[in-house]
Design a protein around this ligand. Sequence first.
Ligand code: ARG
Length: 581
Amino acid sequence: MERSYDIAKEIHDQLIKTAEAIPVFDSEFDPQIRVADERFGDFQANGTLPFAKKKQLNPRDLAKTLIDSLPENKEWEVSIAGPGFINFKLARTCLYQWLKAFSHREQIEAALATKEPKRVTLDFSSPNTAKQMHVGHIRSTIIGESLSRLLKLNGHQVTKDNHLGDWGTQFGILLYAIKREKIDLNNLGDQPIARLENLYRIGNQWIKENKQALKTAREELVKLQGGDEENLRLWQKIRDLSMESFEEVYDLLGVSFDHAHGESFYRDQVDSIYQSLESHGICQEDNGALVVFHPEHKRFAKQPFIIRKSDGASNYATTDLATLSYRSKEWRSEQIIYVTDGRQRDHFEQLFLTSRKWFEAEARKIPVLSHVWFGTILGEDNKAIKTRDGQPIKLVDLLDEAIRRATQMVLEKNPELSPEEIRRRACAIGLGAVKYADLSQDRTLDYVFSWEKLLAMQGNTAPYLQYAVARVHSIFRKLNTSPDELIEKAGLPQTEAERKLARKLIFFPTAIKQATQELKPHFLCTYLFELATDFSSFYNQDKVMVPEVEVQGIRLLLCQTTQTYLEIGLEMLGIETLTEM
Ligand code: ARG
């Protein structure tokens, strides 16, 4: 029989097929296959309990009827536990066949690729131009990149778009300040973005204090949005300078995009958005602004979604509507995923509600819309992380610090390495640790940023996982022949530690699927940590290089599969691995 990678599905299908032939079962029966508590088995079917309850039957009797009808099977042992769960303990041959079929990267990748690929647009990172990327943008960038890799691994077609905030209100203030101060944008010194930020701060102060200043700043924005040449030229220069500074961060993080359209790309489309929404009666005038209310919604019945401000300027909402429409039409996106801070939940909820009405009115099929939001990074005082003088932490500074600390770690262990090699390892470890700290938490939670914790060699950290990878590499380096030849002779897993590790390995696809479906990379992190832990116990208990070829073979097969999954897993998190550490 050919081994399918998804044993949970095999069990599911077998139970459904069996149940179909038993009168008490009907189409409402869902076996609900889950990973079982290790003490009882490998998988368990939970579905007999709710089904028995609905039909007012005894769940244990029901489970017994079902398992008595299961065909003879050499793959797994079946038993009933507790009030009527069904446990499945995989046979050693089953584990063995699975490992043989999926130990190599190409094998597991082929198995994971869906037969129904979707076109997905991933909107992430998306910093605002004229500002430095601060620590808040790290989450969107890291989570977004990881999701793009996971979706691709699952066989989907992903378009990564950096939706830069390059067309907002900030430009009115900034242009006003630049002109008032007679600033030459070609001569901003070595920290151009910091200069611009400062100018913006000053400008903001002026408009708060002075009505005329506020009016002029608004006029500058309207002029820009109306296509004024001088303002457009200044704006383009600011955009270029900003992009350069973002690229620095993206290079460090290993993040790339297919597009960086930004809000400005849609500036000529906003008028048609107003017209279209007006013609369908979706929006209305409210105190001079154009807004959308959602009467069916508790809050948004009264809280307007402003799509054109009272001074006639377009805003974040307008460009987002245009962007959504463009992606659906031009890229034929079937799903659009937006990765932002949780504070934008209202904006996206209103955007999605409005778009659904709009697409329906136009008889267009709307893509699946997902807002992937995340919490705040906290300092050790449990408040949003800040520098000592209360400023937001610049992302480049944080990443530099990570590399500096990791360099110290590398130097302590291997002072003899070349400077290039030290830098290479320090980047992998330091940047990997920062990324992992972010990804290993449920993204909807806030988390406390602590250098000691994220760089620790023990615990749920990137260095711990990277070390596990390096350890497997060192095993293979010591072999004089190719591991594949030795693995050919592998026997069945025998010891407790072998079985435990084999069992963990077969859950890899489940972890990948769960992280992808729920758009939450921490499910993968938790799995990788458990895998590395089980590998470590196996390695401490069972010597790999033993004279018995069957024993050595299966242990090498376990090492090889562990290496493959840890490497793919870390790659999905955007974390580099090292062969020596
Ligand atoms: N520029 C925004 C910010 O920095 C994020 C944009 C997210 N994407 C979108 N299509 N609205 O908060």
